[in-house]
Design a protein around this ligand. Structure first.
Ligand SMILES: NC(=O)c1ccc[n+]([C@@H]2O[C@H](COP(=O)([O-])OP(=O)(O)OC[C@H]3O[C@@H](n4cnc5c(N)ncnc54)[C@H](O)[C@@H]3O)[C@@H](O)[C@H]2O)c1
Length: 307
C-alpha cells in the first residue's frame, strides 16, 4: 500500500477514506482526484498527499498519472445527487468516468475497489442480499448497475485482476455537511433539532433504513481489498432503524423534547424498509460492522456538537 489513488476524495466517504489510509499507511503516496462538483477541500484538512483537480470522465488525468505504479485505486467519484434526472449527464459522467479508471488500471491489473449503491436494489424492500435481482428506479441507480456490469465484463476472463464493488447503504457521519439536501436523514434531523425546530418526517415515521456509519464504511472499503477475487458486496450496518427511532436517539443525545412533526409523503412509492444482509462480507473477508445505529448516531452527535 505505497501508492494509492482515490477518486472523489474531496467528498464525504472519499475524504474519510483518504485520511484513514494516510493514518494507516503514513509512508504511502496518496493521490486524490476530484472536480469539486459536490466535494469540498475542507474535508481534506490534514491531507499530506497530492491532489489533481479535474473531471475523471473528461480531463487528461490518465496521461498525467501514467508511469505511477499504484497498488490500489479506490473509486468514489460519482454524481451523488439522486434527484439529478439528466440522463445523459448522469450516464456520461458516472459510466465514462469508471470506464476511464478501468482503462487506466488494465495494463498493470491494478486492484480497484469502487462504490456502487444499495439503490441498485431499487424498489425491493426488506433484507437485501447480493444475489437478488437489481431493479434501478432512477438514473443514478442505473449508472451504478452499469458500473457493476462493466466491472464484471472486465474480469470475466481475467481472474488475475481484482475489481471489488461495494453497495453502500445509507451512509452517515462526519464530513457530509457539504452534501446539503443530499446529506443523510440523520444529519438533516440533527440540524432541525439543533436549530430548535421540530424534527420532520413522513407520516408515521416508520420507514426503516439501514443507516451505516462512515467509520464502518471506511473499514470495509479498505478490508475489501483482501477479498480473494472480483465480486460485489453489501456495505451496511446489518440493522434497520426507523426514522422515529433515529429521532428518539437524537433527542436522547441532544436533550430535546420537541415533538416530531409528521407530514404527507409526496411520493407514490417510497421504500418502507432497507436492510443489508452482511453475511457475505463476513464470510469472504471477515468484516463485521462495529457501529450499530444507536451507538453510531451518539458518536456522530458528539462530533457534530463540537463543530
Ligand atoms: N453517502 C451515501 O449514503 C452513499 C450511498 C450509496 C452509494 N454512495 C456512493 O459512494 C460514493 C461517495 O459518495 P459520497 O456520499 O461521499 O458523496 P460526495 O458527493 O460527498 O462525494 C462524491 C465526490 O466525487 C466528486 N466527483 C463527482 N463526479 C466526479 C467526476 N466526474 N470527476 C471527479 N470528481 C467527481 C465530487 O466532487 C465529490 O467530491 C459515490 O460513488 C456514491 O454514489 C454513497
Amino acid at each position: 500500500m505505497r501508492n494509492l489513488l482515490v477518486t472523489g476524495g474531496a467528498g464525504f466517504i472519499g475524504s474519510n477514506l483518504t485520511l484513514e489510509l494516510q493514518r494507516r499507511y503514513p509512508n504511502s503516496r496518496i493521490i486524490v482526484l476530484d472536480d469539486f462538483r459536490s466535494g469540498d477541500f475542507q474535508n481534506l484538512r490534514g491531507f499530506r498527499g497530492d491532489f489533481i483537480a479535474g473531471d475523471i470522465s473528461r480531463s487528461d488525468w490518465a496521461s498525467r498519472l501514467r508511469g505511477h505504479a499504484f497498488d490500489a485505486i479506490f473509486h468514489e467519484a460519482s454524481i451523488t445527487d439522486t434527484t439529478e434526472h439528466n440522463q445523459l449527464l448522469q450516464c456520461h459522467d458516472n459510466i465514462e468516468g469508471f470506464r476511464r479508471v478501468l482503462e487506466f488500471a488494465a495494463p498493470n491489473r491494478i486492484p480497484i475497489v469502487y462504490a456502487t449503491s444499495a439503490a441498485t436494489y431499487g424498489i425491493a424492500s426488506g433484507i437485501q442480499s447480493e444475489e437478488q435481482g437489481l431493479l434501478p428506479a432512477n438514473v443514478y441507480a442505473f449508472t451504478k448497475v452499469q458500473l457493476e456490469n462493466l466491472a464484471r465484463d472486465h474480469t470475466r476472463h481475467d481472474s488475475g485482476w481484482k475489481i471489488i464493488g461495494l453497495r453502500y447503504f445509507n451512509v452517515y457521519g462526519p464530513g457530509e455537511a457539504h452534501k446539503k439536501s443530499a446529506a443523510s436523514m440523520i444529519y438533516q434531523l440533527y440540524r432541525q433539532i439543533r436549530d430548535g425546530k421540530a424534527p420532520r418526517v413522513f407520516r408515521g415515521g416508520e420507514h426503516r433504513r439501514d443507516f451505516v456509519y462512515v467509520k464502518d464504511v471506511v473499514n470495509l472499503t479498505i478490508r475489501a481489498l483482501s477479498a480473494p477475487a472480483s465480486d460485489v458486496f453489501n456495505c451496511g450496518s446489518g440493522h434497520s432503524f426507523s426514522f422515529n427511532e433515529v429521532i428518539e436517539v437524537l433527542n436522547k443525545c441532544t436533550g430535546s423534547t420537541r415533538p416530531t412533526e409528521y407530514f404527507e409523503n409526496p411520493y407514490s412509492f417510497y421504500q418502507p424498509h432497507t436492510e443489508a444482509n452482511m453475511n457475505k462480507a463476513e464470510r469472504v473477508f471477515g468484516f463485521k460492522p462495529e457501529w450499530e445505529p444507536a451507538r453510531g448516531i451518539a458518536d456522530y452527535v458528539g462530533w457534530l456538537s463540537k463543530g
